[in-house]
Design a protein around this ligand. Structure first.
Ligand code: MSP
Length: 506
């Protein structure tokens, strides 16, 4: 059983930001989930190195372009490693093998007569790296997605891919495969984009304007349009056009933000159809993160969230948890350093961290430094155990991008129940009397065994902290395929010093 998950490849005209961190972390969570179920995984993420805006970013810094690209690529790689993103393949579109394969794809399509050369006059947005129709622009003629960048007027001869011959076929594919685009709202948006005849897609840039790109195999005066080149990464990563890519390709899912639905939902499928290649299995679309109060993040407002700053202040799992827990599937979600810090405090520290220190510290102090063994159970114990099994069951099943927040919600609800259970059972009081001492032991056993299940489940989301908690509880062997199972706490084993799982930050 295979699963191939891709993230977009990111423009390197600036440092990695929260949007980049988000998609790659979500892809990593899905990877860990599917690995827990026993799947063989391929996760690709990386950088989109070509195009006008990367070229200009290098010029602005006065750096030779290759040196600039190497620097940014190392920066993105390093940030993803710090974020705990276990990618299997880091994409660089400057790789020779990738460039060769892009040219091969273009040549195949060209040979079928689907690429034509013609003059084009129009408006270009460098931010989107796309030509824009008048109806795409704001009243004052700017790109709504990049209001601070001036759109440019171009009058050029270029090569164009005919898209219209495949439009009906793509619409049929979307209708026949209800899961092809998720969530539903974006599927409908895509169908709207395909409701009218499609204009030809410009797939080249003259070298007089842009040099950073893959040379067209059939005309050396041009480089390939950055989107054509970038989209092809999904196939070139797994070895296309050589054989062997097919098994991965059949299981491919693209994670994308809503702003790049058109390239992934229109251009890419049509490029694949033109090259006689099968379509990916699924497009999972997410909305955006905006600042507190719903304000779009921008450096000038000062409400951007720097993933490195958050990690330095609160640790990587504070960021991973917030993104997983508070993402909304089809509307924008709010983020700020303060919101992340509040969630860290109220959920990670007060709910999950608290359970570990309450239960394990108590056991270490009162049960000869050892974890308790199982004793007789009451109806309340059984009820809590069932709650935890139900709340974590979803992590033992296949997760899609849009499922992640609901699964986090049920886990944190269960953690609240576990804290209520400790409050109500009050093992510290039970322990004071000889008659109820044994009951204190049973309560702590139940609480810590439930916490073990929760932490096993959370290894998919906050692997560093969950790993620490499991190590504290002496849990070493976690079966795969994983599902929540009771009574695997190694009762009787010696406890080491209990370190706080989510230390308080000032
Ligand atoms: N290079 C292209 C993608 C090519 S994929 C074949 C590109 N790069 S990007 O760096 O501009 O953005 C990549 C991703 O970041 C997109 O999925 C976009 O939605 C996401 N995000 C950018 N800002 C975001 C937020 N504020 N919130 C969430 N994701 C956002 O486009």
């Amino acid at each position: 059983m295979k699963s191939y998950i891709t993230t977009p490849i990111y423009y390197v005209n600036g440092s990695p930001h929260i949007g980049h961190a988000f998609t790659s972390i979500m892809a990593d969570i899905l990877k860990r989930n599917r690995q827990a179920l026993g799947y063989e995984l391929m996760l690709s993420t990386g950088v989109d190195e070509h195009g006008q805006k990367n070229q200009e970013a290098a010029q602005e810094l006065g750096m030779p372009v290759e040196e600039y690209l190497d620097m940014r690529c190392a920066e993105f790689r390093d940030v993803f490693e710090k974020l705990g993103v276990e990618f299997d393949y880091f994409v660089r579109t400057s790789r020779e093998g990738h460039k060769k394969a892009v040219a091969e794809m273009e040549q195949r399509i060209f040979d079928k007569g689907l690429i034509v050369k013609k003059q084009y006059t129009g408006t270009y947005c460098k931010g989107c790296e796309e030509f824009k129709k008048e109806s795409d622009l704001t009243e004052d003629g700017q790109c709504p997605l990049h209001p601070t960048m001036q759109v440019e007027q171009t009058d050029e001869t270029n090569y164009f891919l005919k898209m219209e011959p495949f439009r009906e076929q793509l619409l049929k594919h979307i209708d026949d495969n209800s899961d092809f685009v998720q969530p539903e709202s974006f599927r409908n948006e895509l169908k709207k984009m395909l409701a009218e005849p499609l204009e030809d897609l410009c797939i080249s840039r003259p070298k007089s304007r842009v040099t950073l790109g893959v040379e067209l195999p059939f005309d050396t005066d041009f480089v390939t349009y950055v989107w054509f080149d970038a989209l092809a990464n999904y196939l070139t990563n797994i070895g296309w056009p050589e054989d062997g890519y097919q098994d991965w390709w059949a299981e491919c899912e693209h994670m994308i933000g809503k702003d790049i639905l058109k390239p992934h939902g229109v251009y890419w499928p049509l490029m694949l159809m033109a090259a006689d290649l099968p379509l990916p299995k699924k497009l999972s679309v997410h909305s955006h993160w905006v600042g507190a109060g719903g304000v779009k993040m921008s450096k000038s407002i000062g409400n951007t969230v720097d993933p490195i700053e958050v990690m330095d202040k609160l640790g990587v799992d504070a960021l991973r948890w917030y993104l997983a827990r508070h993402m909304r599937a089809d509307s924008d979600s709010q983020i700020s350093v303060e919101l992340i810090a509040q969630t860290y405090e109220s959920e990670l520290n007060n709910k999950l961290g608290n359970l570990l220190s309450r239960g394990a510290k108590f056991a270490r102090k009162n049960f000869d430094g050892k974890l308790p063994v199982k004793g007789p159970l009451t109806a309340e114990d059984e009820a809590l155990r069932q709650t935890v099994l139900d709340a974590t069951a979803g992590m033992g099943e296949w997760i899609d991008l849009a499922d992640i927040p609901a699964r986090m919600q049920s886990i944190i609800n269960a953690a609240a129940e576990m804290n209520n259970y400790f409050d109500k059972q009050a093992p510290w009081t039970l322990f004071k009397s000889e008659e109820t001492k044994d009951r204190a032991r049973d309560v702590v056993y139940v609480g810590l065994d439930c916490l073990r299940i929760v932490m096993e489940a959370l290894q998919q989301v906050i692997p560093v902290s969950a790993g620490k908690a499991l190590a504290t509880l002496n849990v070493t062997d976690i079966a795969r395929p994983w599902k929540p199972e009771l009574d695997r706490l190694p009762g009787g084993s010696e406890l080491d010093e209990i370190e706080p799982l989510f230390p308080r930050v000032q």
